[in-house]
Design a protein around this ligand. Structure first.
Ligand code: HEM
Length: 220
């Protein structure tokens, strides 16, 4: 195990480590905001009782026009994440041990394992978002251009689009809850780009040691 300072992981000092660059945060928030717009307009399009949400987008016609374009920006962000983060998100033996220890993690927020920059849950959410983000694109294109496929296949595309939509919303709720309420100190990673030493040592001890060595090497 690490020499980690054991705390509850809350943000402490102004010092700490950079976790995300400006570009990484910009792309993440573009994905997050377009996802929220897609979710709200998707509800209005898919559920007559929620049609009132179209008011947020200037009415039904404008919303119908905007929804696929939000999807285009969302997909560009997802593809950027795929190209830029895939290497760090590869699963390894440590991740398999984390999955076996998931009960402990769910109970205490700590798996007791020497986790690197991402734990297996985060890596899982990443691959989940990439796969279902691409399913949304592939199934959304024939809904945008209905002449692309026959009406039978269009029905299948509609079903796939809706299933991916609901699954992504479930994942999104868990992701937002975990990165804000469940683990205080995490949100700053995506706002200021930095996390405290205590947060890093508690949640990602192996990553903490690398950052700490790098920092003390630089200050020597
Ligand atoms: C308001 C909405 C959102 C909030 C508050 C939020 C917050 C965060 C935070 C704080 C992190 C850093 C976690 C860390 O480094 O330990 C993060 C990472 C990440 N976010 Fe989000 N996020 C949101 C929406 C989304 C959406 C819609 C997606 C994709 C569809 C997404 C995908 C990711 C991925 C792949 C990571 C890196 C791996 C991970 O931590 O799971 N986020 N997010």
């Amino acid at each position: 195990m690490s020499t980690a300072v054991v705390t509850n992981g809350e943000v402490g000092s102004a010092q700490g480590f950079e976790r995300y660059t400006f570009v990484e945060r910009l792309v993440h928030w573009a994905v997050a905001f377009t996802f929220i717009a897609l979710m709200l307009s998707g509800f209005a399009l898919g559920y007559p009782r929620m049609a009132f949400l179209s008011g947020l987008f200037g009415g039904g016609q404008t919303m119908r026009f905007l929804h696929p374009w939000f999807g285009v920006v969302f997909t560009l962000g997802i593809v950027w994440m795929l190209v830029s983060w895939a290497r760090e998100m590869r699963m390894n033996d440590g991740d398999r041990a984390w999955v076996r220890n998931m009960k402990t993690y769910a109970g205490s927020g700590h798996s007791g394992l020497d986790v690197g920059k991402y734990n297996a849950g985060q890596k899982g959410y990443y691959w989940f978002s990439i796969i279902f983000g691409l399913v949304l694109l592939v199934s959304g294109l024939p809904l945008w251009y209905p002449w692309m496929l026959g009406s039978g296949l269009n029905q299948i595309a509609r079903l796939l689009h809706h299933a991916a939509f609901l699954l992504m919303i479930g994942g999104f709720i868990i992701h937002v809850y975990m990165s804000t309420v469940m683990f205080p100190g995490t949100l700053s990673a995506m706002t200021t780009g930095r996390v405290s030493r205590a947060w890093a040592a508690w949640h990602h001890p192996a990553w903490f040691r690398v950052q700490d060595r790098r920092k003390s090497g630089a200050s020597r």
